[in-house]
Design a binder for this molecule. Structure first.
Ligand SMILES: C[S@@+](CC[C@H](N)C(=O)[O-])C[C@H]1O[C@@H](n2cnc3c(N)ncnc32)[C@H](O)[C@@H]1O
Length: 360
């Protein structure tokens, strides 16, 4: 045992019985709670590094995507003020902070209060003080409310859309069908209704169009019919997956298992977008971007599916046509083959950028 990575156990308080956690005996725990070494990267640094080396993302963490590409596009430098509109685990934010210091600052916002608090603690522990990093729980749809606090426009804004690996991995948040959990899917667990409540009353035609419009689901009708026929049975992550699996196996015998799993994944994505009203928030964010950027300021958005990317691409093209932006990316930037090998979550990432016009 390495004394540096295994601090001595805390002494028991008098009168409090010591309750030892039951340790997982295998080498690759399947349950989130058993991944205690991955969930404590400071204490178990070597185990953490081993998981990354295997090409996996350690449980409870997130690996930032297209970092070098984002830095090349935003060109952050000392003294600048920027916004990370989707702070997540803080991976992009750390890199941005490293470049705006000394003299600069980064605002980091996220809707998820649970992960935001953890990320702020980690970033503060790395030495980023209140002057350098300003953290707020704000939906990026409302970024103009930051302008008074900022005292002017921003030099750059980054949005890395969707969910973080921490949110996906934690069964209690209900984002994954790979383990049993409540069907929640809210990015901010204090707002809106969980997906299981939505599924109790959503009309069949509305559910079908949610599946089509939010995830391009080719089997939308079959899936929506199955869910509406078994609303009570679709209230947990694995139960919903089972309903979809059964519907697709019985109705279309030729459908391979991989295609069924894709449909389950797309259904979860569609429900997540609906529950969090993600497209409205993104549209509002894209409308507000130019208001919040300084002249010559840069924006970068990483999308993970066509519904997001279509909106980003159109907003930037419209901004260019209206002379709001002086330049935008002509072709979307994708993660390198090496990054996709290292981190399969990078495969679907599409990065686009825009630069606000400078008044002559
Ligand atoms: C892909 S993760 C970002 C990861 C981050 N770039 C990093 O390096 O760790 C997306 C994050 O955006 C947040 N998010 C999604 N929609 C949001 C919104 N409308 N406003 C603010 N945050 C949002 C999610 O809660 C999640 O933490």
């Amino acid at each position: 045992m390495n004394a540096a990575t295994h601090p001595p156990p805390k002494p028991a308080t008098a009168g409090t019985p010591v309750k030892r956690r039951v340790r997982y005996r295998g080498t690759h725990p399947r349950r989130f709670v058993d991944k205690y070494k991955e969930l404590d990267p400071v204490r178990y640094a070597a185990d953490h590094a081993r998981v990354i080396q295997r090409g996996d993302t350690p449980a409870g963490t997130h690996r930032p995507i297209c970092v070098q590409e984002v830095l090349a596009v935003l060109e952050p430098h000392a003294g600048q003020t920027g916004l990370d509109a989707t702070l997540g685990y803080g991976g992009h934010c750390r890199e941005l902070l490293a470049r705006v210091l000394p003299g600069g600052r980064v605002f980091g916002i996220d809707v998820d209060a649970v992960e935001l608090a953890r990320t702020e603690i980690r970033l503060r522990a790395s030495g980023f003080g209140e002057e350098q990093l300003i953290v707020r729980q704000i939906n990026f749809a409302g970024i103009p409310q930051l302008l008074t606090l900022i005292g002017g426009g921003l030099d750059f804004i980054l949005a890395d859309l969707g969910v973080s690996s921490m949110q996906l991995d934690n069964p209690a948040r209900g984002f994954t069908f790979k383990s049993e959990g409540p069907l929640d899917l809210r990015l901010n667990p204090d707002r809106g209704q969980p997906a299981r409540v939505l599924l109790q009353s959503i009309p069949l035609n509305k559910l079908t169009s949610v599946l089509r419009n939010h995830a391009d689901e080719p089997h939308a009708t079959i899936i929506a019919q199955a869910i509406c026929a078994q609303r009570e049975a679709s209230c947990s992550t694995t139960a919903l997956a089972a309903v979809i699996h059964k519907a697709l196996t019985t109705s279309d015998r030729g459908l391979p298992e991989t295609e069924i799993v894709r449909s389950i994944r797309r259904t979860f994505q569609a429900l997540r977008i609906a529950v969090n009203d993600e497209f409205s928030a993104l549209d509002q964010f894209l409308r507000n971007l130019p208001l919040c950027l300084k002249d010559g300021g840069r924006a970068a958005v990483i999308s993970f599916h066509s519904g997001e990317d279509k909106r980003v691409s159109k907003a930037f093209a419209d901004g260019l046509a209206a002379d709001t932006y002086s330049s935008i990316c002509q072709t979307p930037i994708r993660a390198s083959a090496r990054e996709c090998d290292d981190n399969p979550r990078a495969k679907s990432a599409v990065l686009r950028w825009a630069r606000k016009r400078r008044d002559p």
